[in-house]
Ligand binder design. Structure first.
Ligand SMILES: C=CC1=C(C)c2cc3[nH]c(cc4nc(cc5[nH]c(cc1n2)c(C)c5CCC(=O)O)C(CCC(=O)O)=C4C)c(C)c3C=C
Ligand SMILES: [Fe+2]
Length: 439
């Protein structure tokens, strides 16, 4: 007697059962899908629920060079997925710190350039988490390494070599900093096409450096891709307040501008630090429910730009986000309010170019706050040659801006991004370690 499988026992759609249901013999199965379909059944080639979303080989193979005078991930175009992680470092001697930096550099080189995962004796844990399969694709990954004030302060042999402007982040008037989400000895910024590429890289580093680096906090974010317009021009991506973010950012392809604005230079910095950059990270919550209930005119007056086009408020109907506001022609703030975000951040007066910064933010969304509100905002990241002239001055100018009613910064820190690795075999921070050994 043939037993009919009850619900949950056996699979009711194995090929033989399907064939029987459709009244076809075993030989008729090949033609089945294209000829007859059971009600609710799908064509053989139709996408299935468990088909993986399709990746584009050309995109996952994209590689950002690891070697260079500066680390990647600063002037590099932002891909969709970002992650910043901060660590406490438990290596204290020059020898242990050098070992940590060498291992970290090796992992960063491998993860960003890609390659085959080595096979190991199956009695051992695998060499890799396997999240990306047996061949790690670069997927545009960059990993940018920075050191915090506490890293230098916690090691006597490094105290005289600390970058001149590096300091611990202090609370600004509108901040509500959560200690567990602030500061750290070492920061890693991961940026890639896919969030899984960042997670894979973070897991690799956490595993391979578990003896020296302890995770302190992390935050993930994203940038929405933008469809180019008919002429091939792309506009800036929107943040979670619905405004284009990045319109007035300095041109990151202009090397001379980047040398002035982003890369450390000058005699007040130690020689080993030339070519690095100061990184300011801020986790800033947006009160999106309140924002979504505020008038469009108020939103635009708060930022000083049009919501749809991103154009400055003093432009005509055809103005675009690339137009530059003329504050000298509007001294009373009739068109562009004196207290709007862009005018306070950059008053465009003689001398204000000394305070330019390169912004590289990601939107974040991390669920629901304890009082039932959306926990969304900006993982604000910016780079500058001088932390005081850059982020700290701009943030002090922004203190008390009307936008504060919709914002609450709650975490982050300041880090010094090490200069790049120029030749294979060298490692990130080698200049610092050599200088420390010479001193
Ligand atoms: C201290 C630096 C800054 C913080 C923190 C900051 C937070 C923040 N910004 C937006 C949205 C926008 N910012 C825009 C411009 C802009 N912002 C800063 C600095 C900080 N922003 C600068 C220097 C500028 C450029 C000013 C200029 O030169 O004109 C804009 C306008 C478009 C653009 O240029 O990007 C938007 C929109 C949010 C939502 C936010 C915190 C959550
Ligand atoms: Fe801003």
């Amino acid at each position: 007697m043939t037993k009919t499988p009850s619900r949950g026992q056996g699979c009711p759609f194995t090929p033989s059962r399907r064939g029987v249901l459709l009244g076809l013999g075993a030989g008729g199965l090949g033609a089945m899908a294209s000829v007859v379909q059971a009600p609710g059944a799908q064509a053989k080639d139709a996408p299935q629920v468990n088909d993986a979303p399709e990746a584009r080989a050309e995109t996952t193979a994209r590689r950002v060079p690891y070697l260079g005078a500066h680390q990647a991930g600063i002037t590099t175009p932002r891909p969709e997925a970002g992650l910043v992680a901060s660590f406490d470092v438990v290596a204290f001697s020059p020898k242990d710190v050098e070992r940590m930096l060498r291992t970290l550099s090796e992992r960063i080189a491998f993860l960003t350039q890609g390659g085959e995962v080595p096979e190991r004796d199956p009695r051992l844990p695998p060499a890799d988490s396997g999240l990306l399969g047996p061949v790690v694709q670069p997927d545009n990954l960059t990993i940018t390494l920075g050191l915090g004030h506490s890293f230098f302060a916690g090691r006597d042999w490094l105290k005289d070599l600390a970058p001149a402007k590096l300091q611990q982040m202090v609370e600004f008037p509108n901040d509500a900093l959560e200690p567990a989400l602030c500061h750290g000895d070492l920061s890693l910024q991961f940026c890639a096409n896919l969030p899984d590429t960042n997670i894979h890289a973070l897991r690799d580093i956490v595993k391979n450096l578990s003896d020296t680096m302890v995770l302190r906090w992390m935050m993930e974010g994203s940038v929405p891709p933008v469809v180019p317009d008919a002429s091939g021009e792309t506009s800036s991506a929107r943040n979670f307040l619905g405004f284009r973010d990045g319109s007035a950012n300095p041109d990151s392809t202009d090397d001379a501008a980047m040398d002035r604005i982003v890369w450390t230079h000058g005699t007040d910095e130690p020689a080993w630090a030339q070519g690095g950059s100061y990184q300011a990270v801020r986790m800033i919550r947006n009160f999106v429910e309140r924002w979504d209930r505020s008038a469009l005119a108020e939103q635009e007056a708060i930022f000083g730009r049009r919501k749809v086009s991103g154009a400055p408020l003093d432009g005509g109907p055809e103005a675009s986000e690339r137009d530059v506001p003329d504050y000298a022609a509007d001294p009373e703030g009739t068109a562009t309010p004196l207290d709007c975000h862009i005018r306070m951040a950059n008053p465009r007066t003689p001398g204000s170019e000394k305070h330019l910064i390169l912004r590289r933010p990601f939107n974040y969304s991390r669920g629901v706050s304890p009082n039932g509100q959306l926990d969304q905002g900006l993982l604000f990241i910016c780079y500058q040659a001088d932390l005081e002239a850059g982020f700290i001055t701009v943030q002090n100018r922004l203190n008390g801006e009307p936008l504060e009613e919709y914002l609450k910064p709650f975490g982050g820190g300041y880090f010094f991004v090490l200069p790049g690795v120029s030749e294979a075999g060298d490692y990130l921070g080698s200049g610092l370690i050599t200088a420390a050994r010479r001193a």
